[in-house]
Design a protein around this ligand. Structure first.
Ligand code: MG
Length: 284
């Protein structure tokens, strides 16, 4: 991999929004994050096979993302109700499930678990918030025993509230996977401002773009995810800011277009070119 900013792509084994591994090798992308498969496919045999395929293509796995049964991103209220460790009815069960994904990540030789934790409750004194802190700590402590850390995906909270949550959890193996497009999609803040605020915790990133929802609907209706460079993020500014912050890790492209794999592949290919060009300019 190139030392600074190796290109990556968000990949799916059989669940989630990622591209397929054959596309990754065809485009000669050197690193991937993967969305963990659900259920029976999340076993060590499957991990070994997948790891061997990656090794054959010279691909490094940088983050393994948790995904939970029953999650839906249909609209923002449904996302708030169904995603991550926040929903109380499924919190314990999902924390247990995340431990299985952590084992799957270890089978893949990966020390980082990614997660959409959900819409963290606003009230830091509420019982739900306090319990979420405890459940998150307990998961992180177990990860730490295996030398693993967790990266929280951004977007469902403002940068300020995410910082409060990290502060309250108070564990040194909790970091951020920064997704600039999510700040726009969820209407939680200007992505570049947010990146500057949480920069000290950013250990992985998504390169994804989006258009804001119309004024007056931000935060209640989705913005629209688009191909990299065609949205409101300002990818050049995004990369310049990552450089200012000293971030040199992978630039992981995310394109949520799994219903149209042919177009997804074209968009990912163009995103690779865009990022490689900007990288040569910014790191001459
Ligand atoms: Mg993302």
């Amino acid at each position: 991999m190139t030392d600074v900013w190796p290109i990556g792509v968000f990949t799916s084994i059989n669940a989630g929004f990622g591209v397929h591994l054959d596309v990754v090798s065809e485009l000669k992308i050197p690193s991937i994050q993967i969305h963990s498969p659900h259920g029976e496919q999340r076993n060590s045999d499957h991990a070994k096979k997948f790891l061997a395929q990656c090794a054959d293509s010279g691909i490094t796995i940088t983050v393994v993302f948790c995904g939970f049964d029953g999650e839906s991103y249909a609209d923002i209220p449904t996302t708030a109700k169904t995603v991550g460790l926040v929903p109380e009815d499924t919190r314990q069960q999902r924390a247990a499930d995340a431990r299985l994904t952590a084992q799957f990540a270890r089978d893949l030789g990966c020390d980082t678990l990614g997660m959409h934790i959900g819409f963290v409750p606003q009230d830091r004194q509420s019982a739900s918030y306090k319990d979420l802190i405890e459940v998150t700590r307990s998961l992180l402590d177990e990860l730490a025993e295996h030398g693993q850390k967790m990266h929280l995906e951004t977007g469902q909270e403002t940068a300020e509230h995410l910082l409060e949550f990290l502060h309250d959890v108070d564990r040194d193996n909790l970091f951020i996977n920064f997704d600039p497009a999510n700040m726009i999609l969820y209407g939680t803040g200007d992505p570049i401002d947010a990146l500057r605020k949480v920069g000290a915790y950013v250990r992985s990133v998504h390169c994804k773009d989006a258009l804001w929802a119309p004024e007056g609907q931000r935060g209640s209706s989705w913005g629209r995810e688009v191909a990299l460079g065609q949205g409101d993020v300002n990818i050049r500014k995004y990369l310049e800011t990552l450089k200012e912050l000293g971030y040199t890790g992978p630039l992981t492209i995310e394109r949520e277009l799994s219903q149209d794999p042919a177009q997804q592949k074209i968009d990912v290919g163009q995103a690779v070119t865009l990022l490689e060009n900007l990288r040569s300019e910014l790191w001459p």
